[in-house]
Ligand binder design. Sequence first.
Ligand SMILES: Nc1ncnc2c1ncn2[C@@H]1O[C@H](COP(=O)(O)OP(=O)(O)OP(=O)(O)O)[C@@H](O)[C@H]1O
Ligand SMILES: O=c1ccn([C@@H]2O[C@H](COP(=O)(O)O)[C@@H](O)[C@H]2O)c(=O)[nH]1
Length: 235
Amino acid sequence: MTFKRILLKASGEALMGSQGFGIDVAVVDRIAADIAAVHAKGVEISIVIGGGNIFRGVAVASRGGDRVTGDHMGMLGTVINALALRTSLVKLGVEAVVLSAIAMPELCESFSQRAARAHADAGRVVIFAGGTGNPFFTTDSAGALRAAEMGAEALFKGTQVDGIYSADPKLDPTATRYDRLTHSEVLDKRLAVMDIAAVALARENRIPVVVFSIHQPGELERILDGRGRATIVSD
Ligand SMILES: Nc1ncnc2c1ncn2[C@@H]1O[C@H](COP(=O)(O)OP(=O)(O)OP(=O)(O)O)[C@@H](O)[C@H]1O
Ligand SMILES: O=c1ccn([C@@H]2O[C@H](COP(=O)(O)O)[C@@H](O)[C@H]2O)c(=O)[nH]1
């Protein structure tokens, strides 16, 4: 797979390591090292960071709370993760910038497509925070959206599992893994590794989606070299 420009949707949940909540700095450092290795090879990589390690709006809604406020809390969580990831990248000597869909100028720059492209063209790793900036979405949708805006050749979803299965492998031990699928098959079979809006947006923009385990050190680079383990979704 010879991609020169990719968007990585990095799992927020992965950042908590074995702690059960929040940020394990050693895990963030390791993921940053994987990103740095790919960046060092000349691949343009930008990142949408999730927030599942901190807060998900549905958790509020399921307890009768206000979904919109819950989603705002979730998006704020992604900003915390983005700042942690930037810190780890900078420690490795990688120039990185956080652009947030929700303005908080004291902490980071605000998102605009033009600013994002300018940073990427200058060789910086761009980290997108705040999801899409809208409630009722997820960072998967933000991943597909930013991939389209950046002109990414592929959307890499680094998640808890090593690909897409016939059912959630965490719940169904008999689930079987796919090597390849089309976007339409993911939607028709209701394979819930990624939300429907994200897959539909990727399909509409003909962006392949590569689902892999973010827990495997070096996996991103191996996949780009054609040696890694992943499910590839393309038409
Ligand atoms: N058919 C399927 N194939 C693979 N995984 C599936 C499938 N259905 C459900 N899943 C589950 O989807 C999860 C990924 O969902 P999700 O995007 O919410 O988590 P994440 O990647 O950790 O992101 P974040 O923490 O940023 O929200 C996997 O960990 C897996 O358990
Ligand atoms: O565009 C978006 C993106 C995210 N949210 C909220 O943030 C949390 C965390 O994101 P994950 O994708 O689950 O990691 C999400 O559950 C939503 O509550 C949002 O509202 N809009």
